[in-house]
Design a protein around this ligand. Structure first.
Ligand SMILES: NC(=O)c1ccc[n+]([C@@H]2O[C@H](COP(=O)([O-])OP(=O)(O)OC[C@H]3O[C@@H](n4cnc5c(N)ncnc54)[C@H](O)[C@@H]3O)[C@@H](O)[C@H]2O)c1
Length: 350
C-alpha cells in the first residue's frame, strides 16, 4: 500500500486555534489540502493563531455542540483532535468544565465520526504525563506500554486517559482508524500566555513552564523553581510535534499509540538557566518548595517506537528551539501582553 498523503485532502483539526493545533495547521497547509476545517471555541487560544488561508474554514464553537457536529462534512479524510481544557490546575479548580471540554467533547466527536466512510486516520493528542511513573529518583524513558495508574493528580490527566479509552473502544467496535500520539512537554512559538477565557486560576495566564520562564526572563524577573528545580521533563519543539502528528496520520497503525518525544531529559533548573542566558537576564533563579498537587518529579519519553514505526525523530535541539521561542516572544510581546492583561482583574482578586 502506498503511503497516505495530505495533498488535496479534507482535514479537520479540533482545537486548531491552540498552541500545538495552530502550528499543526500551518504545517498541514504546506501540503496543500483541499480544505482545512478548524473547530475551536477559543477557550484557551486566540484568533491570531488561525491561519489566514483560502483552504481554511474556521468554525467558532465547541465540538460538543450538536449543531457543529451535524455540520461536519462526512467526506473528511483526516482528523486531529487537540481540544482540551487547559490545563492541570484549571481542571482541579473546575472539574466539570474539564469534563465539558476534555471528556464529553472526545466522546461526542468519536461517536459522530464512527461511520464516516472516507476517514483514513483520527489522531488524538494524548498526554505522556498521564502515563509516566511518579518518581523523584532516577527516571527511565517511559515506553508506550508503561503501566497506567488508577490514581491521578488532576481531572485533566483523567480526561486525557478517558480519551484514549474511548478512542480504543471506537477502534475496536466501529473500526475508527484511531491513533494516539502521546505528547511530552511541548514548547515553541504561538503559545500565547493568557490566551482565551479565565479558567479559575493564575494558570490561565501562566500556562506552561517554558513560556512563563521566557516571559519573566525577558522582564528580568527571577525564575521560580518549584522543588528547587529538581524535576525534569522531556521538552519537544512544537514544529517537531507537528511533524510527529503528521507522521501519526500518514504512517501510524490504527489502534496504536506512539510517544512524540525528544527522548532528552532536561532538568528544570537547566531550562531556567539556559533561558536566562539567552535573554541576558541577570536576576538569579529563586528556589521554592514543591507544588502541593504535583507528584510528577522526573520523566522523559522513549522515542524507540516512533522512530522505528513512524520514522519520526525530533530534530530541533533545546538551545535552538528556545532561541526561536525567545525571538517569537519578543516579536509578539504586544499580543501576549494584551492577552495577559485581559485577566488582570481576576488575577488581582484571587
Ligand atoms: N502542550 C503540551 O505540552 C501538551 C502536553 C500533553 C498533551 N497535550 C495535549 O495537546 C493538545 C493541545 O494542547 P495545547 O498545548 O496546544 O493547548 P491549547 O490550550 O493551546 O489548545 C487547546 C485548544 O482546544 C480549544 N478547545 C477547548 N475546548 C474546546 C471545545 N469544547 N471545542 C473546541 N475546541 C476547544 C481551545 O480553545 C484551544 O484552542 C491538548 O489536547 C493537550 O491536552 C499538550
Amino acid at each position: 500500500m502506498s503511503e497516505l498523503d495530505f495533498k488535496g485532502s479534507k482535514i479537520l483539526v479540533v482545537g486548531g486555534a491552540g498552541f500545538v493545533g495552530s502550528n499543526l495547521c500551518h504545517a498541514l497547509l504546506a501540503h496543500e489540502p483541499r480544505e482545512l476545517l478548524i473547530v475551536d471555541n477559543l477557550l484557551s487560544s486566540n484568533l491570531a493563531n488561525v491561519p489566514d488561508h483560502p483552504a481554511v474554514n474556521f468554525i467558532l464553537g465547541s465540538i460538543a455542540d450538536d449543531r457543529i457536529l451535524e455540520k461536519l462534512p462526512r467526506d473528511i479524510e483526516f482528523v486531529f483532535h487537540l481540544a482540551c481544557y487547559h490545563g492541570n490546575q484549571s481542571s482541579i479548580a473546575d472539574p466539570i468544565a474539564d469534563h465539558d471540554n476534555n471528556t464529553i467533547t472526545t466522546l461526542k466527536l468519536f461517536d459522530r465520526l464512527k461511520d464516516f466512510e472516507n476517514l483514513k486516520k483520527v489522531v488524538y493528542a494524548a498526554a505522556g504525563c498521564a502515563v509516566a511513573e511518579k518518581t523523584f529518583d532516577e527516571a527511565s524513558a517511559t515506553p508506550e506500554d508503561a503501566p497506567i495508574s488508577m490514581y491521578h493528580d488532576s481531572p485533566y490527566s483523567i480526561s486525557k486517559l478517558i480519551g484514549e479509552f474511548y478512542g480504543n473502544y471506537y477502534f475496536m467496535r466501529h473500526k475508527l482508524p484511531f491513533v494516539k500520539a502521546r505528547f511530552q512537554n511541548v514548547y515553541g512559538p504561538r503559545e500565547i500566555l493568557g490566551a482565551g477565557r479565565w479558567r479559575g486560576t493564575q494558570h490561565t495566564v501562566w500556562r506552561n513552564v517554558t513560556p512563563t520562564f521566557i516571559w519573566k526572563s525577558l522582564q528580568q524577573e527571577e525564575l521560580p523553581l518549584d522543588n528547587g528545580g529538581n524535576a525534569s521533563r522531556d521538552f519537544i519543539f512544537v514544529e517537531d510535534m507537528a511533524r510527529g502528528l503528521m507522521r501519526c496520520a500518514l504512517a501510524g497503525a490504527p489502534g496504536e499509540v506512539y510517544n512524540l518525544a525528544s527522548g532528552v531529559e532536561t532538568n528544570i533548573r537547566t531550562l531556567a538557566e539556559t533561558i536566562n542566558q539567552l535573554t541576558e537576564n541577570p536576576t538569579p533563579v529563586k528556589l521554592g518548595p514543591p507544588r502541593d498537587w504535583d507528584r510528577s518529579g522526573k520523566r522523559f519519553g522513549s522515542t524507540e517506537k516512533a522512530r522505528r514505526e513512524l520514522g519520526f525523530v525530533a530534530q530541533v535541539g533545546l538551545a535552538e528551539g528556545l532561541a526561536r521561542t525567545v525571538a517569537w516572544t519578543r516579536e509578539n510581546q504586544e499580543l501576549i501582553k494584551q492577552c495577559m492583561d485581559s485577566h488582570e482583574f481576576m488575577m488581582k482578586h484571587l
